[in-house]
Write a protein that binds this ligand. Sequence first.
Ligand code: S6P
Ligand code: ZN
Length: 192
Amino acid sequence: MEPRLDPFVTLLDLQRGTLDPQRADPEPRYGRDLVGFFQTDPIDPEALIYQVRPIPVPKEQSEIQCSTTTIEPGTVDGEYHMTKGHFHVVRERSEIYLGLAGEGLLVEATEDGRHHTEPMSRGSLHYIPGGWAHRTVNVGAEPLTFLAAYIGDAGQDYDTILRDGFPVVVRRGENGPEVSQNPRHPRVGADT
Ligand code: S6P
Ligand code: ZN
């Protein structure tokens, strides 16, 4: 076959998730971008909640999309800062996350409400199978940074999450993070 792309290398700052060279603009997510995802909407529309730094390649099945995500520490009305979370549009597409810095939780959920939570930290390697929605939550005092790698044509479905949320929410408790059922989710299933 005739190769489609030339090889390339990018230097990744393992602490901050920055890329050199930066092959695409970072994609910041502010309070205003996260309306409808927390139990209570962020008060400050200008607050930076997280930032995605993509390494762009064609969004096709033959390619592997790669990006870093850095979530700032903090809470929104007691819920730890988190990503929107999504199913893949092509539901069977899987993904790998690798924790680089900070302390987090990876929350995964199926469409019938089963859910699963894994701690994230430097070196934690997470396999997210097809059919599982995924959201990352910063439960620490420092930025949470991780690397994501996924099949190029996966796509992100946020509408299902906006409608139902995840089966569980992660709040700051007296003794650290507390995972509890989301009262708004229509079908909370088993913790697997
Ligand atoms: C994409 C992959 C990540 C997320 C990123 C932000 O499939 O899972 O790159 O896009 O962590 O999360 P979200 O839920 O806002 O896309
Ligand atoms: Zn994904």
